[in-house]
Design a protein around this ligand. Structure first.
Ligand code: G4P
Ligand code: MN
Length: 201
């Protein structure tokens, strides 16, 4: 039966009638990524890459996130924010507690998984990456794959100034061993890594 009286001031939309927002209006995911970018840019602000051009360090974590979106097809804001933050604890004064406070438990766990213990000798750190990578979460493996792909491309294009051929080859070999532990995580990234490694070994 029709209701009598004036129409309501606001349309009475039931839940089904409210259109689902399109994915690009997921404001919280976008805000998380922008916050992570700002945080990482401030933390890495004084650092440069080891290339002859002394590229600003922040180009690396941003580029790692870009590899995940454009080549890996990853759109999960948690993984993308973790990619942008992935070197803050290892390479700046950022603590893992600070990451948890600012970005929550899930991102904290991913960052902890991809952070080397810099108090260990380099040989040991490198060996631990090979040993421990297979046991890491899918999210951490995604960040690792994109991190290695970015670094190998950097080396192929323009190696760190003091690296000789042997050092370059060693990094390629070691990367191959680390990413073997990520098998089955992301076909596109793994194929791109296979290509660049085969070209250089
Ligand atoms: N290829 C390249 N790497 C550079 C450059 N500048 C800084 N790096 C960083 O150096 C690290 C690789 O250098 P290494 O001598 O093997 O390692 P270390 O700095 O951790 O001792 C990478 O750290 P990471 O990202 O934490 O990755 P990982 O290699 O430690 O896994 C990479 O991001 C550059 O110009 N080219
Ligand atoms: Mn890195």
């Amino acid at each position: 039966m029709e209701k009598e009286g004036p129409p309501p001031a606001y349309p009475d939309l039931s839940e089904e009638q409210i259109p689902a927002p399109p994915p690009y209006s997921d404001a919280s995911g976008i805000m998380l990524i922008v916050k992570a970018t700002d945080f990482a840019a401030r933390k890495h602000r004084k650092q440069k890459r080891k290339d002859p051009q002394q590229t600003p360090y922040i180009n690396h974590p941003v580029g790692v996130a870009r590899i995940l979106t454009s080549e890996g097809g990853i759109t999960d804001p948690i993984v993308l924010a973790a990619a942008i933050l992935h070197d803050t604890v290892e390479d700046t004064n950022t603590t893992i507690d600070e990451i948890e406070q600012e970005f929550g438990r899930e991102i904290r766990n991913i960052i902890a998984e991809v952070t080397d213990d810099k108090s260990l000798p380099k040989e040991k750190r490198k060996a631990l990456q090979v040993e421990q990578t297979p046991h890491k979460s899918r999210q951490a493996k995604l960040v690792k794959l994109a991190d290695k792909l970015y670094n190998l491309r950097d080396i192929e294009r323009s190696p760190p100034v003091w690296w000789d051929c042997r050092r370059v080859k060693e990094y390629f070999k070691w990367s191959r061993d680390v990413i073997a532990g990520c098998k089955g995580t992301n076909d596109a990234l793994e194929a791109a890594l296979d290509d660049i490694i085969n070209r250089n070994l």
